[in-house]
Design a protein around this ligand. Structure first.
Ligand code: XMP
Length: 517
């Protein structure tokens, strides 16, 4: 792999993704990793990420100097560039000047292996205080900006490279090219990592892990569990049984997509548990958001648990115990919880949130090295239906937390109808890629006066909450075209009985969350 050393900023994941986009498998490692640990992983290259503003700050993250002596090609970015400069005998100056945002940069000469074939003037995205004042002995300076004389350096002999700007950020015009030049030209790493290889590798691994035992998987209708189950099915066929809980809080067509389209595409054995009554009863009279969430979570676990108990009993009856549980855990979850490798057998308890103590499963997590966009690519490669693969995030508690007020059957039906219109219109307008997700919210406890035909109406508002985001941690409201908004508003007020007003949420996150509850 290529190791991306994380200096604690938010950039490491982005770098790891960009490296993979260049067709090279990457893993994120903490900056505390030792040279011996790095050597053990036999990396083909190392990228040092950005990080805090100054190498002089007390407690700022450091790097085991032995790592730069391993003979592995290294590229430093921003803070990583400065750490390299410092360790290799260059000089980092506390200039007191900050360069931030889009910055004009000049490439020197032919730009060397890193900047070859790029225009002399280009825009790069910078975010730094200190600067490299002098490159280490034997290094060539490849570029500069008005405030930064050494914006990039290289030693082809040592296979060491560095840039002050952030090539992983899209605002850096030739950023991806810089990463590719480092990986393919300078370090000589071939671009041979793709969905096909990942599937083949995972299938082999799952077969080895599972053997002839049986496997269970909870399907939510979302991308992750759908793709995870599909890979496991590819590996062990009917040793896998999937459980899908219909809690009645799903959107229009979701159950059918899973039961018909997904099953048709994969041939997976599926058990649907119809728990609609149970959830409605449990939610009756409840308006507090946190209470709703707790009830939905609790009922969900109960339902899945019972289905698992039944299936385990059934399997034991005909002689093949269920020993494994599939989880759609993704790479960011692993990185964020501080984990890297390991986790052989964990009590599923901690991950599913409450299977009974006497039910112990070993986990199968075929997506634990992957990012979301890679999971989607694999889903497509496996032939999963596009509506499932392309699905935008949808919260576990479903429409239950998009009805402000008590959840009733009538309100669910109304919201489902409005939501289906919004999704259809956004898709028809080609806006899905621009939008992270667009919750549609029913203000069930609010009524306002309207006029329709010759009569007065007293109906409920529907809120549109289109947001753009990279990771849902922060978000901005999406500037949807007025004509699309107009069409959605017209259709909802005409087609959905009980709704006489459509309003647009223009709040970023923070301060608003994406969901309303
Ligand atoms: P908020 O509302 O916190 O949402 O800005 C951030 C993202 O998380 C989704 N979300 C959930 N997903 N279970 C989930 O699986 C939940 O309980 C849940 N609550 C919010 C939300 O849709 C958004 O993508």
């Amino acid at each position: 792999p290529v190791l991306v050393v994380d200096f604690g900023a938010q950039y490491a994941q982005l770098i790891a993704r960009r490296v993979r986009e260049a067709g090279v498998y990457s893993e994120i490692v903490p900056h505390t990793i030792t040279a011996a640990e790095v050597a053990e992983k036999q990396p083909a290259g190392i990228v040092l990420s950005g990080g805090p503003s100054s190498v002089y700050e007390p407690g700022s993250p450091t790097l085991d100097p032995g790592i730069l002596q391993l003979g592995v090609p290294v590229m430093g970015i921003c803070y990583g560039f400065q750490v390299m400069a410092q360790q290799l005998g260059g000089e980092v100056a506390r200039t007191g000047r900050r360069e931030y945002g889009a910055t004009a940069m000049t490439v020197h000469g032919d730009g060397g292996a890193l900047l070859a074939g790029q225009p002399e003037s280009q825009t790069t995205w910078m975010s730094h205080g200190d600067s490299v004042a002098r490159a280490p002995e034997g290094f060539a300076v490849l570029a500069s900006t008005a405030d930064t004389p050494v914006a990039a350096f290289a030693s082809d002999e040592m296979k060491m490279y560095g840039v002050q700007w952030h090539p992983e950020v899209k605002h850096s015009e030739y950023g991806q090219r810089v990463l590719e030049n480092f990986l393919h030209r300078a370090a000589g790493i071939p671009a041979d990592w793709n969905s096909g290889n990942v599937i083949a590798e995972q299938v082999a691994r799952i077969r080895e892990q599972v053997g002839s035992a049986r496997v269970i998987c909870g399907l939510s209708g979302g991308v992750d569990s759908a793709v995870a189950a599909a890979i496991v099915h590819e590996a062990v066929g009917d040793q896998l049984v999937c459980v899908f809980v219909d809690h009645g809080l799903l959107r229009a067509d979701e159950r059918r997509q899973v039961e018909e389209d997904y099953v048709a595409a994969t041939g997976i054995r599926l058990v649907t548990v119809d728990a609609r009554e149970q959830f409605l009863t449990a939610l009756a009279g409840v308006t507090d958001p946190e209470t709703k969430r707790k009830i939905i979570g609790r009922e969900f676990i109960r339902t899945f648990e019972q289905a698992a108990v039944d299936l385990v009993a059934e399997a034991a009856h005909d002689g093949g115990a269920i020993e494994f549980l599939v989880q759609g855990t993704l790479y960011p979850d692993i990185v964020e919880s501080g984990g890297g490798s390991g986790t052989a057998t964990i009590k599923s308890h901690h991950n599913v949130g409450g299977l009974p103590d006497d039910l112990q499963f070993a986990l199968v997590e075929p997506l634990r090295t992957l990012f979301k966009d890679e999971v989607r690519a694999i889903g497509r490669e496996l032939g999963l239906p596009e509506p499932i693969v392309a699905r935008q995030p949808f919260p576990g508690p479903g429409l239950g937390i998009r009805i402000i007020g008590e959840v009733t059957q009538e309100r669910l039906d109304l919201l489902r109808e409005a939501d289906a219109i919004v999704r259809a219109e956004l898709t028809a307008a080609g806006l899905d890629a621009e939008i992270w997700q667009c919750p549609v919210v029913l203000l069930a406890d609010v009524r306002s006066v309207g006029v329709q035909g010759d009569g007065r109406t007293y109906g409920h508002p529907i809120v549109l909450r289109p947001v753009s985001s990279e990771d849902a941690m922060t978000a901005d409201w999406t500037r949807l075209p007025y004509d699309v908004l107009a069409r959605i508003s017209n259709r909802i007020t005409n087609e959905v009985a009980g709704v006489n007003r459509v309003v647009l949420d223009v709040t970023s996150k923070p301060p608003g969350t994406i969901e309303w509850e």
